[in-house]
Design a binder for this molecule. Structure first.
Ligand code: ADP
Ligand code: AMP
Length: 215
């Protein structure tokens, strides 16, 4: 199954994708996680991306398009993929259509997780992340042991871009550059809207109802 999880920063894409990837046994491809790993490793890509990420801006399209092409042609995508955080602009979506046509794996669905702006700010400002890709929330989804990842035992951290002023900027970039993709995929007939305001398990169940159609 070939799925993209869509939605504003903080909608719950990463939280859901981690579980969905295990449940359906398809790779979770988060461009944000890939970029952050490059920042941590101090690669050329990471050094370039960091200046945009710290400001809450999007990393340039040509960088992301090359990155996603490489990732989608890795062998683990043979059985499908779960995109998280890509595409984020119309040029990225156009490029994706071309890449997926080349590898004959068109998207089955784009699942748009809907959450109000007020809730997004609360979620992002309380988010605590792990380098393994897990994310938690100090109130809504706390780890079993404060400050420690349930999955790998590493110390949790607050992302630099989860500070209040950067959060506002990211939401405004989302509204300007990414939100237009809702109409783009609606016109393509593959958009499915999901209410993302319920508990993590309830949202998971709703997404599974959609994904089960493509098993
Ligand atoms: P995204 O990947 O879309 O940016 P995350 O999955 O990292 O978002 O979730 C953002 C924050 O909201 C995290 O702190 C996460 O624990 C929390 N969160 C995710 N889903 C829910 C939910 N259904 N209800 C409450 N909090 C949630
Ligand atoms: P995320 O982890 O999805 O919230 O992404 C964190 C940051 O990484 C974003 O604010 C952007 O700076 C960058 N990023 C992730 N994915 C993309 C993308 N598809 N296009 C451009 N920038 C991206």
């Amino acid at each position: 199954m070939n799925i993209a999880l869509f939605g504003p920063p903080g909608a719950g894409k990463g939280t859901q994708a981690k579980e969905l990837s295990k449940y359906y046994n398809i790779p979770h491809i988060s461009t944000g996680d890939i970029l952050r790993a490059n920042v941590r490793d101090g690669t050329e890509l990471g050094l370039k991306a960091k200046q945009y990420m710290d400001k809450g801006e999007l990393v340039p399209d040509e960088v992301l398009i090359g990155l996603i092409r490489n990732r989608l042609t890795e062998p683990d995508c043979e059985t499908g993929y779960l995109l998280d955080g890509y595409p984020r602009t119309i040029p990225q979506a156009d490029a994706l259509t071309g890449i997926l046509s080349d590898i004959n794996k068109p998207l089955d669905a784009v699942i748009n997780i809907e959450v109000s702006d007020d809730e997004l700010v609360k979620r992002l400002s309380g988010r605590r992340s792990c380098t393994c890709g897990e994310s938690y929330h100090v109130v809504f989804n706390p780890p079993e042991k404060e400050g420690v990842c349930n999955a790998c035992g590493a110390e949790l951290y607050q992302r630099d871009d989860d500070k209040e002023e950067v959060i506002r900027q990211r939401l405004s970039v989302y509204n300007e550059k990414t939100k237009p993709l809702i109409n783009y995929y609606d016109d393509a007939g593959i958009l499915v809207n999901i209410d993302g305001t319920g508990a993590v398990d309830a949202v998971f169940a709703d997404i599974c109802k959609v994904m089960d159609q493509f098993k």
